[in-house]
Design a protein around this ligand. Structure first.
Ligand code: SME
Length: 166
């Protein structure tokens, strides 16, 4: 059984790197997209404090469709350009929103969400998915959290066969 180790005394700066090594070990030897997407979502919810939702939306045409996640039930389809996830999809840029209630067009899947980080996954210039992370705390995500969570997503991309999703 793989149990991620969390050092509760570590600063955020020093905690993401060892966690990323554990994530690489967790995903090693498995290239299946659904399997690794589910594991990444659970790993983040298990190791990063103060989150209420983490998971995938996959690009299907000009829409995002809900994929593996951990959290409350969520909207199934989001058009590119709508909400925080849709903006990440249409711009292919990371979206970090300190207060989702002040974000024009935010889609409130879970009323508890207060801040959000959405990381687009782009392969050869084409959007494959976005990885969405929500927190019940306003301004939960710092530069350090963004860099650490982007490194987790990068580890997932390296470990996973993304070809059938494109
Ligand atoms: N809040 C997101 C929708 C997805 S849920 O948070 C899981 C958005 O505005 O795109």
């Amino acid at each position: 059984m793989f149990t991620p180790e969390i050092d509760a005394t570590a600063s955020p700066e020093s905690s993401y790197s060892p966690l990323n090594a554990q994530l690489a070990s967790l995903l090693s030897g498995e290239r299946d997209l659904i399997c690794n997407a589910a594991q990444l979502s659970a790993f983040i919810m298990q190791t990063v404090p103060d989150l209420n939702w983490a998971g995938f939306y996959f690009a299907r045409g000009e829409e995002l469709v809900l994929g593996p996640y951990v959290g409350n039930v969520a909207c199934t389809r989001i058009p590119f350009g709508r909400g925080v996830c849709g903006k990440a999809a249409s711009t292919q840029d990371v979206q970090r929103v300190d207060d989702v209630h002040a974000f024009d067009g935010h889609i409130a899947c879970d009323a508890a969400s207060a801040s959000e980080l959405v990381i687009p996954i782009v392969v050869a210039g084409k959007l494959v998915a976005v990885f969405d992370i929500d927190s019940p705390n306003v301004a939960r995500f710092s530069d350090v959290d963004q860099a650490g969570l982007m490194a987790f997503v990068s580890t997932f991309v390296d470990a996973t066969d993304l070809t059938w999703s494109i």
